[in-house]
Design a protein around this ligand. Structure first.
Ligand SMILES: Nc1ncnc2c1ncn2[C@@H]1O[C@H](COP(=O)(O)OP(=O)(O)OP(=O)(O)O)[C@@H](O)[C@H]1O
Ligand SMILES: [Mg+2]
Length: 398
């Protein structure tokens, strides 16, 4: 079973709705006759496929770039199989284009293929990055939010941001939104987290970045168990190329579940003696207690270069562990962006910290993307080759 959202001109809506009804396994999520409205609803619902009438695309050039980065696949229905329709479909990175003339024969096969195999295969194993520190106030949330935005930009793929600071999480506040649905609503009174509910709980932060917010009240935190966390992270990694998890300090059950599940733990420290002492202890727990590989546990020095009297080299020596990433002090910019309710990397993309986080994201993406890009390219080529073949056939039969 898979879900379809339909956006089409009013006069074509009826035909398309009944065509979708005849596709086995397709469940209609909703429909719109206005592309902006359709995109707004899809951002909430994340359909298995967004089916789009090319007749609407023509008039919305300004939306193409945004559409190319959306986290769910699009399929276009074209009036004529011509270069203009193909260019529009390519511009929005549609997975396929179906001519109206072959709707009855091709719709079922194309929708099923796109919704159930292509996307799923590309995104099955998103990378889980946990941002942690043994100390409060060192910049974990600032890094999590902006790393999420930067990863989405660098990878052009969807990113989930999870606020696992379950008592006093402030990711939603930092991006200017009071969430209606939170992680608490996913776990309340159940051991089994529902995949559809997880999708619906995600709130769009910015292009391709979706937030699962922390509970609104600290007392709700008790309901969240380690097992819930594992299920949620697994579900999110199936649909997002990266899952960035913000945490509160401490080795409680839910943090340890996230650490175990993570591919990378970014351990944040600042250049001061008190923080460094606790970070040394935390690193020991990761490496000697949990036996994690050093490549998984990466030290991030925030506010690097601050004149605290503790030099970067001293830090490596004291901790006997390399600083993998350095993030500079950025004056009032991070606090100002937070006060304005926008991620720093969106509000002040050229600030020192923004640029350092963007570089960190590029490093993380380059680490994993090489092989995936090759796979995506060959899948895309195959899709378009299929379409061109169908186009040839259609031309030949005219
Ligand atoms: N590199 C930086 N330069 C300037 N200000 C920074 C920097 N990093 C973080 N800050 C500021 O430091 C404060 C604390 O940051 P943040 O909330 O991200 O830390 P945290 O580790 O998540 O804190 P908590 O433990 O309370 O959750 C914020 O006001 C933030 O804007
Ligand atoms: Mg925080």
């Amino acid at each position: 079973m898979f879900t379809v959202y339909l956006t089409s001109r009013e006069e074509k809506l009826g035909t398309l709705l009944s065509a979708i009804k005849n596709v086995p396994g397709a469940v209609l999520l909703g429909s719109a006759t206005n592309l902006r409205q359709g995109l707004k609803e899809c951002a909430q619902d994340h359909p298995g496929v967004h089916l789009i009438d090319d007749g609407l695309l023509e008039h919305e050039v300004g939306l193409w770039e945004q559409m190319a980065t959306l986290p769910y696949p699009a399929v276009v229905i074209g009036e004529a199989v011509d270069a203009g329709a193909a260019r529009r479909a390519l511009a929005i990175q549609a997975k396929d284009i179906i001519p109206w003339s072959s709707l009855s024969t091709d719709l079922a096969a194309v929708l099923t293929r796109v919704a159930t195999s292509l996307e799923g295969k590309i995104r099955q194993n998103g990378r889980v990055i946990v941002v942690f520190s043994s100390k409060g106030g060192v910049g974990k949330t600032t890094l999590s939010v902006n790393l999420g935005v930067a990863l989405a930009k660098a990878s052009r793929q969807p990113v989930a941001l999870v606020d696992l600071d379950v008592q006093f999480g402030d990711v939603a506040a930092m991006v200017g939104d009071a969430p209606l649905v939170t992680i608490y609503d996913l776990v309340r009174g159940t051991h089994q987290v529902d995949a559809e509910l997880v999708k619906r709980a995600l709130k769009r932060v910015t292009n391709n970045v979706y937030l699962l917010a922390a509970p609104n009240n600290p007392e709700e935190a008790e309901e969240i168990q380690a097992d819930h966390v594992v299920q949620i992270l697994q579900l999110l990694r199936e649909n997002h190329a990266y899952v960035v998890v913000d945490t509160a300090p401490g080795y409680n059950d839910i943090n340890v579940a996230a650490f175990d599940f993570a591919d990378v733990i970014l351990t944040v420290c600042t250049p001061d003696v008190v923080t460094l002492r606790t970070i040394g202890q935390a690193l020991r727990v990761f490496l000697e207690g949990f036996h994690y590989e050093p490549s998984k546990v990466r030290l991030v020095l925030n506010r690097s270069g601050s004149k605290t009297g503790v030099e970067n080299l001293d830090i490596t020596r004291v901790l006997d562990y390399p600083v993998r990433y350095e993030l500079p002090s950025d004056g009032a910019y991070p606090a100002r962006a937070a006060n304005e309710g926008e991620p720093l990397t969106v509000r002040y993309p050229e600030s020192l910290l923004s640029r350092a986080i963007q570089q960190l994201a590029i490093d993380l993406v380059q680490e994993v993307e090489g092989r995936k890009r090759t796979t995506e390219k060959s899948l895309k080529t195959r899709t378009w080759r299929n379409w061109l073949r169908r186009g040839d056939k259609a031309e030949g039969t005219r």
